[in-house]
Design a protein around this ligand. Structure first.
Ligand SMILES: NC(=O)C1=CN([C@@H]2O[C@H](COP(=O)(O)OP(=O)(O)OC[C@H]3O[C@@H](n4cnc5c(N)ncnc54)[C@H](OP(=O)(O)O)[C@@H]3O)[C@@H](O)[C@H]2O)C=CC1
Ligand SMILES: CC(=O)N[C@@H](CCC(=O)OP(=O)(O)O)C(=O)O
Length: 339
């Protein structure tokens, strides 16, 4: 089969690097273009030395006419939110399918976007068409999507960790606590004071308590599953590791259940989902490093359900699930290049 020509936008960043490492293993993909604001069209290996000898593509400014002329069929947007909705409509208008790794197209209600992101949404037309790309929940909508809103890194741990309980209406839909810890690469490659080495090394800190923009994303998906509003208290923490997210979730059962009934709910919900691993011991971030797996452990403790979820923020949290979506969009086995 002729490989599918793809473009990656925002080539200097961490998710672009992760995506390149995965796509270079994909038998049916050709990296046609890597776009960047960098001056002088550098080789990708000059910006990401781990790609030296593996990928000989020059970075180039974004030029949609050129991408169309070269037959690009899918573009991965690895840009910050805001920059995504400023660029991606140009590609979509020309028939290129897009997987957007930013948050711009994840929240269906533009008023909710404005409330949590502090800016109004500028592309209501494509927002209305976007499919939320969490394959385990919205998998049937992905093959025909022109625009995939790739899910956020933290939200995937909260949504997947709670999905079996919410779908079974087995827990209270308020007072759910999601306590998450992320490695520093979650903040991207662009330097910031909080992620400067002396600021974050040997230290753990909570941030954006009660106002992190992933709260409405988690609630939107869980509300879809429940058919009624679900409310969460989501608290992220920055931890001194390169990559990985560990979320510990606390929920209150609506009715009493045994450990076996609880485990059965999870087994049934995630049956046939190749990237969910139900664990008999609490997972660690190292167990999922560089993989597309989401590891989930669940236990009853003093009348509460405690769920521990581990994922790699760059692989499963961003670029791995983007390739999982790509595989579904273009009719490949969803595990291609990921297992
Ligand atoms: N890091 C993570 O774990 C996750 C990230 N995401 C999301 O994925 C997207 C990319 O994240 P990540 O790779 O970590 O971010 P980075 O900051 O590492 O990279 C983003 C890249 O986008 C380009 N860029 C930056 N600002 C602009 C701008 N104003 N206009 C156009 N291009 C710009 C730059 O590339 P260049 O200089 O080459 O132009 C930059 O390197 C973000 O929206 C992020 O929120 C989602 C899930 C997890
Ligand atoms: C550790 C860290 O700073 N993490 C980022 C979230 C990661 C991310 O990329 O989220 P979006 O895809 O929704 O932009 C944060 O809390 O803002």
């Amino acid at each position: 089969m002729t490989p599918i020509p793809v473009a990656i936008l925002g080539g200097s960043g961490y998710t672009a690097l992760e995506l390149l490492h995965i796509l270079l293993r994909h038998p049916s993909v050709r990296i046609e273009a890597i776009t960047s604001r960098q001056e002088g069209t550098p080789w990708i290996g000059e910006v990401h030395p781990s790609l030296l000898g593996r990928c000989s593509v020059r970075m180039e400014p974004l030029n949609v006419d050129s991408l169309v002329a070269r037959g690009v069929r899918c573009a991965f947007g690895c840009l910050p939110h805001g920059a995504s909705m400023a660029s991606l409509p140009m590609l979509l208008n020309r028939g290129i399918r897009v997987i957007d790794l930013s948050a711009d197209y994840r929240l269906r209600d533009p008023n909710v976007y404005a409330q949590w992101y502090g800016e109004s949404h500028e592309d209501l037309a494509y927002l209305a068409q976007a499919v939320y790309g969490l394959p385990e929940l919205y998998g049937d909508e992905i093959p025909n999507a022109q625009l995939i809103a790739n899910p956020g890194c933290y939200p995937q741990t909260g949504i997947l960790g709670l999905a079996p309980l919410v779908a079974a209406r087995a827990i209270e839909f308020t007072g759910i606590i999601i306590d998450s810890k992320s490695g520093v690469s979650g903040a991207g490659r662009t330097p910031k004071l909080t992620t400067h080495y002396p600021e974050c090394n040997e230290s753990i800190s909570a941030y954006n308590i009660g106002k992190h923009r992933h709260t409405p994303e988690i609630e939107q998906a869980l509300t879809d599953l429940a058919g009624e509003p679900v409310e969460v208290i989501f608290t992220p923490h920055l931890t001194p590791m390169d990559r990985g997210i560990l979320s510990t979730i606390y929920a209150t059962p609506k009715r009493s259940m045994t450990a076996e009934q609880l485990a059965g709910l999870y087994r049934e919900f995630f049956a046939k989902m190749p990237f969910i691993r139900l664990r008999s011991t609490p997972p660690a971030t190292k167990d999922v490093m560089h993989s597309n797996f989401v590891d989930i452990y669940v236990q009853l403790v003093r009348g509460k359900v405690v769920i521990v979820v581990a994922e790699d923020n760059l692989t499963r949290g961003a670029s791995g699930v983007a390739v999982q979506n790509f595989n579904r969009m273009f009719g490949f086995d969803e595990r291609t290049a990921l297992l």
